[in-house]
Design a protein around this ligand. Structure first.
Ligand code: NDP
Length: 457
């Protein structure tokens, strides 16, 4: 973008509108990235009024342009010997606050626009944790569904053969996301170690507990999302105890969302995957859910088949139609649309906490906020995962391993702090109760301050 040519004294609003148009022109066919940028820029006007230095040409223009975008070929062979060629990505978006940090996603829907949306969100999320981590994200259009362990291992090794030259404990630190769990992280870390001949534990987070991983990392995103909801409810004088919850998905985030809800006395009654959902009037049986999804890697319909009469499987349906007090979208982007939001509001939902990244469409966010529902955006509500990843990096640097109790205490304190800074920032900028505005501005202030201090780079 021609930053130099924009020194004319335009109002920030006009400049932002032309910046958005220019961004869409220069990044065509990346609707998720456009959406994520639009959503953040729409909330920044109040901060520009108070901190005009942030509105100077060059700050936002740099913020929306990744520092580095890497796209690479990933060839691998399946068990029959057939060769496949996937595409790998790593977008190193912003390192003003620390090394790039963000997960890898393996899913057929992954493309450069999806990775950029996730990386852009990650900048603000990581800033909100206060833990000195920049923003990045990566992945591949590889689909692990139905692949053998050996196939997944060969893919991961090929992926890391290229990625290893771009990452490092002080440079860029990946972790898991959709399709990348403990198994994949083991294969990826093993190949990194083999190629570099270094035991560099801090290059990857989400590692196994016995080889540098942190206690509570698998649980952290789901637990954090529930803790965030509890804080939002507390501000309204309510508590999670006794509330009915709908949770979408049955992956890592969903499973530990359900676990923490049960620990706090709530009753989560749904789980789903891309084929449909189950509703269990007795409350989700977590051991059974883990057995079906984590051990057997089967479809969610199997849960209902094993569970018997209390559970019903709805093919192709969405959990938002099930009446509940609190809702946790925990699958993927744009899964909760206007229709889903209207159904939640009709059923009297009090709070929605985003475990996934950008799962709620802009129209749905508007409907929920207009109806007075406490809405926790992902960049605040699901920051517990990356926060414990940063704690894993600290433990690796100190060659130590904290107890689960210590990590969980730290996670609780971090989620409270994120909630409070989002809440208080929203109030300070004249948008009380609007966690979207509060989280965006609080994250933006931290990153923009660091960028300005570090000069034009
Ligand atoms: P998992 O791989 O553990 O689970 C992913 C789940 O998402 C699967 O059940 C999958 O169902 C479902 N899914 C994928 N695509 C779709 C789709 N198009 N429609 C419906 N369901 C879909 O992923 P995670 O639990 O790690 O991640 C879930 C969300 O949480 C993502 O948005 C991720 O970015 C976000 N997140 C994750 C963090 C983490 O620590 N893991 C941290 C912060 C955010 P199926 O098997 O049928 O494809």
């Amino acid at each position: 973008m021609p930053v130099k040519d924009q020194r004319a004294p335009h109002a920030p609003k006009d400049r932002l509108a032309s910046l958005r148009a220019e961004l869409e022109r220069r990044n065509p066919a990346q609707p998720e990235f456009h959406q994520a940028v639009r959503e953040v820029l729409a909330t920044l006007d109040p901060v520009f009024a108070v901190r005009p230095e942030f509105a100077e040409p060059g700050v936002v223009e740099r913020l929306v342009e990744p520092e580095r975008q890497i796209i690479f070929r990933v060839p691998w062979q399946d068990d029959e010997g057939t060769v496949h060629v996937n595409r790998g990505y790593r977008v190193e978006f912003n390192s003003a606050l620390g090394p790039y940090k963000g997960g890898l996603r393996f899913h057929p829907s992954v493309n450069i626009g999806v990775v950029k949306f996730l990386g852009f969100e990650q900048i603000f999320k990581n800033a909100l944790t206060g833990l000195g981590i920049g923003g990045g994200k990566g992945g591949s259009d590889f689909d692990p569904h139905g692949r053998s362990d050996a196939e997944v291992m060969r893919f991961c090794q090929s992926f890391m053969t290229e990625l290893q030259r771009h990452i490092g404990e002080h440079t860029d630190v990946p972790a898991g996301d959709i399709g990348v769990g403990g198994r994949e992280i083991g294969y990826l870390f093993g190949q990194y170690r083999r190629i570099t001949n270094r035991w560099e534990a801090g290059v990857f987070t989400g590692k196994g507990r016995g080889w540098g991983g942190s206690a509570i990392r698998p649980q952290a995103t789901g637990y954090g999302s529930v803790l965030f909801a509890a804080e939002m409810l507390a501000r309204k004088g309510a508590a999670l105890d006794g509330q009915t919850a709908v949770v979408s998905d049955s992956g890592n985030v969903a499973i530990y969302t359900i676990e923490k809800l049960q620990q706090l006395g709530a009753n989560p009654i749904t789980a789903s995957d891309s084929t449909g959902y189950v509703v269990d009037e007795k409350g989700i049986d977590l051991d059974l859910l883990k057995q079906v999804k984590e051990v057997e890697r089967a479809r969610i319909s199997e849960y209902a088949a094993y569970r018997g009469s209390s559970a019903r499987y709805v093919a192709g349906g969405r959990v938002w139609d099930v009446a509940a007090d609190v809702a946790f979208p925990s699958a993927t982007q744009n899964e909760l649309d206007a229709e889903g939001a209207l159904a939640l509001v009709r059923n009297g939902v009090k709070a929605v906490s985003e475990g996934a990244n950008m799962p709620t469409t802009p129209e749905a966010v508007h409907i929920l906020q207009e109806a007075g529902v406490a809405f926790g955006p992902g960049k605040a509500a699901n920051a517990g995962g990356v926060a414990v990843s940063a704690l894993e990096m600290s433990q690796n640097a100190a060659r130590t391993a904290w107890t689960a109790e210590r990590v969980e205490d730290e996670l609780g304190a971090i989620m409270r702090a994120i909630h409070d800074v989002a809440y208080e920032t929203a109030e300070r900028y004249g948008a009380p109760g609007d966690y979207v505005t509060g989280a965006n501005i609080a994250g933006f202030e931290r990153v923009a301050d660091a960028m300005l201090a570090q000069g034009l780079i």
